[in-house]
Design a protein around this ligand. Sequence first.
Ligand code: PSU
Ligand code: MN
Length: 304
Amino acid sequence: MSQNDFIIIHPEVQYALDNNLPIVALESTIISHGMPYPQNVATAKLVEDEVRKCGAVPATIAIKDGKCLVGLSSDDIEYFGQTKDVWKVSLRDMPFVISKKLPGATTVAATMRIASMVGIKIFATGGIGGVHRGAETTMDISADLTEMANTNVAVVAAGVKSILDIGLTLEYLETIGVPVVTYGQDEFPSFYSSKSGFKSPLRLDTPESMALLMKSKWDIGINGAVLIANPIPKEFEIEQNSIEKHIKNALNEAAKLNVKGKEVTPFLLKFISENTKGESLEANIALIKNNARLASAIAVALYS
Ligand code: PSU
Ligand code: MN
C-alpha cells in the first residue's frame, strides 16, 4: 500500500487542490477533546464557514476507518463532536489508530503531517502544544514542536497558552529553527491574552508579508513550520491574573490526580473551561475564528 491509500480527500478539497485554490487545514482534537459538546460541533462548523467567507476552502482533518480524512462532511463533524472514545492522535498514535481502524482526532502535530502529505500549506488552530511547566523534570514537551521542526506547514495560533512554559517554548522553537512571527504587535500573545510578558521574536503586519516569509523559507529549502501568532481580539481578552489563578488550580489538581502523558493537556483545558463559567470557552471560540480569518487571508495571498 502507498501513502495515498490511507488518505481520503473530500471533493471540495480535491477541487481546490486540482485548481490551485487556497486551502486552510483545521484540526479535530479541538473538536473531540478541546471543547464540550455541542459547542465543539457548532464551533467547528462556524470556523469552516469563516474560512469559506474569506475565500479559502476548509480542510478539517481526522482519522476514521483506517483512513486520514482531509475535509469532513457535516455528519463527520457531528460524529467527532459526539462520539466518546475518540482517540487523541498525535504523531506516535497515527500508525496504531490507523491499523486498528479506530476513530481519531488529530492534534496539531498529526494534522500538520497529514496536511503536508496532500500539499496544504497553512493550518489554523487555537493553541499549540509546547514545553510544559516543569518539563525540566517531566520532559513533557509536545510533539507539536518536533513536528514543526520538520513539516512544511505554517500554523496560525493565538500564541502559547500559559498552562505551558511560554519562555521555554519560545526557546525550544528557536533551537529547532522555527520562525515565530506575531501579527501586528511586538509582544508574543498568550492565548486568552494579547500579552505574555515575552517579546515576539518576529513581527509582520500583513497577510501578504506572512505569505512571503513562508514562501521564502521553503523556496530556500529550509524545512519546517512557521508559527504565526495571532493575538486574541481585544473584546474577548481575559485578564492574565484572573486566568493564572485557574491555571495554578488546574496544575495542582493534575498533580494530585497523577495525570500524565497525553491526558495532561486535555485535563488542564477542561478544568479551566469548567472553572471560568464559560468565559474561557467564549474567548476560545472567538480566537479560533480570528485565526481562521488570518490563515485564510494568508492562504489567499500565497496562491495569488
Ligand atoms: N491547546 C489548546 N487547545 C487544544 C490543544 C492545545 O489550547 O485543543 C490540543 C491541540 O490539538 C494540540 C494538543 O495539538 O492539544 C497538544 O497536546 P499535547 O500537549 O499532549 O501534545
Ligand atoms: Mn505531553
